[in-house]
Design a protein around this ligand. Structure first.
Ligand SMILES: [Zn+2]
Length: 148
């Protein structure tokens, strides 16, 4: 005995039926004996046997790039907020003084003007723009480690 999941092209119904063998199914189908349990149409066909449960699960688990990015950005923002010292407009000064060994290095973030950014670049001070999605809200509390 063989069980087939069948699909009705007339009403869209799905049902299962047992056959003695696959050739028995073919014969019965040819004689139009295989009929839809819902509408009695003989326009039935074997369903492509896909692992339905797995497919549904895979769909559910399929990564949504936007969501993934949002989650990643959230983590990045948290990381910056927790580990980086916000120095506001002093960023260029702070970065420069660390670069020249005037103070211990620590992760900082803040703002620069266009000129400051260019100057840092020319001097070879490592600094990179923080993409907007990774930028945490500017802390209300001022930096704990300001220059002087
Ligand atoms: Zn039907």
């Amino acid at each position: 005995m063989i069980r087939y999941a069948l699909h009705c092209k007339a009403c869209g119904g799905e049902f299962e039926a047992w056959f003695a063998s696959s050739s028995a199914y073919e014969q019965q189908k040819e004689k139009r004996l295989v009929r839809c349990t819902a509408c009695n149409s003989s326009r039935v066909d074997k369903q492509i046997m896909a692992p339905a449960v797995k497919t549904a699960k895979a769909k559910e688990a399929a990564p949504d790039p936007e969501k993934m990015f949002a989650a990643f950005a959230e983590k990045a923002r948290q990381h910056v907020a927790e580990n980086f010292d916000y120095v506001g407009g002093n960023f260029a000064e702070e970065a420069r003084s660390m670069f020249y060994g005037e103070q211990d290095e620590r992760p900082i973030w803040g703002e620069t003007t266009e000129e400051e950014r260019e100057a840092l670049k020319e001097e070879g001070v490592p600094a990179s723009p923080l993409p907007a999605p990774f930028t945490p809200p500017v802390p209300k509390v001022k930096s704990k480690g300001r220059l002087n």
